[in-house]
Design a protein around this ligand. Structure first.
Ligand SMILES: [Zn+2]
Length: 101
């Protein structure tokens, strides 16, 4: 019988029934309600100091979503437009446009 990934000590790595990955990591809130996001998660999501996380609630879960506030291609921050949850700047957009036959 497979062990459940959630509940109990909550230290097992696995995929929960809804496809959400249980990292097996946990953190205590400090006195101001802050947590430290584990370095390996920051690294895998390329989260840098000063980056913005959007906070949303899914019933009793807190969802942190890194805000894409730079061009996905060049990292530029001017004249950004959103597409598919990513941002692209006007010059990269023009570059993509030139690929069209
Ligand atoms: Zn760009």
């Amino acid at each position: 019988m497979a062990k459940r990934a959630s509940g109990g000590g909550g230290s097992e790595v696995g995929i929960l029934s809804n496809g959400i990955k249980n990292t097996g990591m946990n953190r205590k809130l400090d006195v101001l309600g802050r947590i430290v996001i584990p370095a390996e998660i920051r690294k895998s999501l390329d989260l840098k100091e000063g980056g913005v996380l959007d906070i949303s609630l899914d019933e009793d879960r807190i969802i942190l979503t890194p805000r894409q506030d730079a061009c996905v291609f060049c990292g530029g921050r001017s004249e950004l437009k959103g597409y598919g949850g990513r941002m692209i700047c006007s010059s990269c957009l023009a570059g993509l446009d030139s690929l069209r036959a």
